[in-house]
Design a protein around this ligand. Sequence first.
Ligand SMILES: [Fe+2]
Length: 178
Amino acid sequence: MALLADCHDAWDMPDRSGDPVDILDHDRQCAELLRRDFPADEELQVAGLVHDIGHVLVPGDDAGHGVHGRDAVRGLLGARVARLVELHVVAKRYLAATDSAHAAALSASSRRTLVAQGGPMTAAEIAAFESDPDFTAAITLRRADDTGKVVGLTVHALETWRPIVERVAAAADLAVAR
Ligand SMILES: [Fe+2]
């Protein structure tokens, strides 16, 4: 929660050439979209809430931000949340290859960073990703990621997410203990 609070006035691109809202606003918009559409999947919502913290952990490494975020949250929030955080970058490469409307609607900075992230998926990568058990959740998170960039949108205070984050962390703890 402290790291998320630090995402206020932190930006995905240090030179401010990226998303038009700061990472705290963007992550909360993304999480709220996921809560609206998938109220029962709190892991997915929390993955949305933390998906871009990699930008704060290692500023300027856009291509690696999914992996940095994954590694940072795995111990606390569990394997599935960590995986979804990593896959939000992978899902972008999938949609770039398979959804021309999505590809055309990417923001200018998202289009630029796609190249560093590996570019659109190949046919073999597409087939492998579609058989991933978290394929649908990863695509859902990515679509919320691309939508949750509205300047001036009012979102709930970060603290309102604390009980949800704590439930997901407790479930992750139980899974490790089992
Ligand atoms: Fe994002």
